[in-house]
Design a protein around this ligand. Sequence first.
Ligand code: PEP
Ligand code: MG
Length: 543
Amino acid sequence: MAERVLVGAGVGAGVAIGTTFYLPAAAYRLARGGNMQDPGRIMFSAARAAIAEVASDLEAEALELDGDAQSIIFALAGILCDPELASVLKDFFAEGARPEQAIRGAFAQFSRKLTALGGYFAERAADLDDLAERVIRQLGGVLESVQLPEHPYILITENLSPLIASKIDPAVCRGVITAIGGATSHAAIMLKSARVPVVAGVYDATSIANGTRVVLDASSGQVFVNPDAHEIERYSLVAEANTSAIQIISEQALKPLPVQVMANLGSSTESASAVAAGAEGVGLLRTELLFLGSESAPSLQDQMFEYSKILSRFSGQKVVARLLDVDFDKPLPFMRNTGEGKYSGRGLTALLANPEVLEAQLRALWQAQGYYPRTELWIMAPMVTSAAQARAFLDFAAAVGLVGGVRPIKLGVMIEVPEVLVEGELTLILRMCDFVSIGTNDLTHYILQDYQPLANDAKPSKGELHSRRTLSLDVDSPYEALIYSQVRRVIEAAKLEGKPAGVCGEMASDARAATQFIKWGVDSLSVAPALIGQLRAALASSL
Ligand code: PEP
Ligand code: MG
């Protein structure tokens, strides 16, 4: 057992094993003296000159990069040239602020403005603190350069800025752990495109001492501090599998398959890697990230902006958006009602109990699709517990205007709780919905929970199922056979009713399980973008 297991938001799906290098928050200082302490016009022009220098340095840095990383650094340079920032700065100096106060104050005020605009702008705001410090260093003539090791290391830092991210060499930096920040920060996106696995927002990350051995698993968001030999061995195999899979993608992954291999996305920032990995559309768009960490629900506008970014990337393909699936352990303050029954507080049960949230999400998706009519939008409800509940969802969507009309949207449900496997229920659901998608993570968890003979400690938790590539029951175990037989029933019943059926839980990325699903007639498999290449390659050689 590892000494400790810390959890955060994983970015990408890679595994890294190595020793840590802790980068402390830089101790910035401003050289003082002479006119540096004088507020006013002279200082304002000096600060503007420093800002211009930093902006041009950033542009030079951007030219060395490409793709997302380049556009992010260019955008930061653009922010520095914003006349509104200069005008706020001028006010601070006019009021007699010292240089570092003026710069921090002006940047903070500008950052609040961006945050208030929300969405993409709010994400930019997080980078302004770092830019302010850089301008201060430039102005004070104290330019500390970040020194990163030249030997392999796993970086631990409080908050990773894009500026530091751009200095990271993927050839030596095996992974990054941050204490603050989320999976969608610019720095995380940059590292993801450089294939450096990241676990962000790990509480207590900075307590890990320099030089500590860790295993970082970005797909489950786990960090194992001082792992034992067994854990190292297990994760070394995963790390090797990732590398060898990348090597065979070019040969095998392009072969046509009798199934659509699609991407599971958690946000628009993953779209580019999904497209690059050859995703044939999005089979599961998890929308929870948009809703987490805020006192109020995201506005229709913010949601539409995020959905539009995704729909725009998959023109001519299908995007299956899953409505908010709030979990028991992460209650959202604006979901005031939980609904009734065994699944109260989750999935469709919670959404129907909070109709304003459901309506806003449906409208936002619908409006976003209006901008990208070439992308086929399918919407599905999570954790549907009965045919009657599925009916309530379809009626709700019809009342919002999503059924019929000039651009009808396909509406389906996830099959992920045992209650809907009952013969009559399943058939009714299949008849009323346009499609179904099997969520094997929850389905496995709840089937095993209901299955008394299995000892409690032998049942994998939902979290464990998420972090595994395969169902960790023995190949010949009767429990695995039980899950397989239920998945098979759903696929075959869907075929009988002429409705598309997909699998979007972790089992879809297990080539052995996926081969069975294909034999039974599954229409699509949806997996994390980083696993698409290796799944396609494995299926191409086994089918
Ligand atoms: C599942 O349960 O298999 C699924 C895909 O949904 P979740 O996001 O709950 O893992
Ligand atoms: Mg689920």
